[in-house]
Unconditional design. Structure first.
Length: 254
């Protein structure tokens, strides 16, 4: 008995073109939201890493690994090749105690550490020695520490950073001590306004010490603005706030 041959029917050219067109339309519609989602994930990941550098170095102070610590916003290169970093530095008890005890120099002037505006310098010196024990970034020819207690994070070229009220981004530092008494800042984190300090104007300014800008931004780079600014309106904008006691708060701003 001869078996009846089955007819196998494939897709016609028109049917294939219709299917390809539908897939193309769906892909096009989904590409825009995917790109927005991806850009926001990049910005959020950057903000988390920046907040992590700040949180980690403050945690080292609370654990007693360092008596004084700093996080620093700084750059390398110039023009289109400029790259921004967030780095942390740590000072152990011996150097910290030396600075605290030596309040005046031989000329009876206050040493750098006891002047609010100079206390948080990256090149803080005493008797010709740089007092930072561990450095998260190689600067001025000094070798960066391999210790995990300090770190440095390079800002991706897809991201920008900024500070409230600062149009042109520049270097800035913030320093922590365990009880907050030697909290200080420098550069872009110093405000023109003043606040009363616990030592009744120990910084040498009438009425108190300069106030600290305790916030920075991470946002999606737009290729135009030098830094993140709420007035410019960059996308995927994150705010990172802290206090002299190390409390970190990160949130997305609309």
């Amino acid at each position: 008995m001869q078996m009846q041959r089955k007819k196998i029917k494939g897709f016609s050219l028109i049917e294939l073109l219709v299917v390809i067109s539908i897939v193309g339309i769906i892909s096009t519609l989904g590409f825009g939201p995917f790109q927005k989602w991806r850009a926001d994930r990049i910005a959020r990941a950057g903000a988390v890493k920046v907040a992590g550098v700040i949180q980690d170095i403050y945690s080292q102070v609370q654990r007693g690994h360092y008596s004084f610590a700093q996080f620093r916003v700084h750059s390398e290169g110039s023009g289109d090749d400029k790259t921004w970093f967030i780095s942390s530095y740590g000072m152990e008890t011996e150097n910290f105690t030396t600075l605290v005890r030596n309040k005046y120099d031989d000329s009876n002037n206050k040493t750098e550490f006891h002047i609010f505006e100079q206390r948080c310098k990256t090149d803080l010196m005493f008797d010709g020695k740089n007092m930072w024990d561990d450095k998260g970034y190689d600067y001025a020819g000094a070798a960066a520490s391999k210790k995990l207690t300090v770190s440095s994070y390079e800002i991706d070229d897809k991201l920008s950073i900024g500070v409230p009220g600062i149009a042109l981004l520049a270097e800035g530092t913030v320093c922590f001590s365990k009880d907050g008494s030697y909290y200080a800042a420098g550069g872009i984190f110093l405000s023109n306004s003043t606040e009363e300090d616990e030592e009744g104007g120990e910084s040498g300014m009438v009425g108190g010490e300069p106030s600290v800008i305790e916030e920075m931004y991470v946002c999606q780079a737009d290729g135009v603005a030098n830094s993140c600014s709420l007035s410019v309106g960059q996308k995927n904008f994150y705010s990172i706030k802290w206090s002299r006691f190390g409390n970190i708060d990160m949130q997305k701003l609309n």
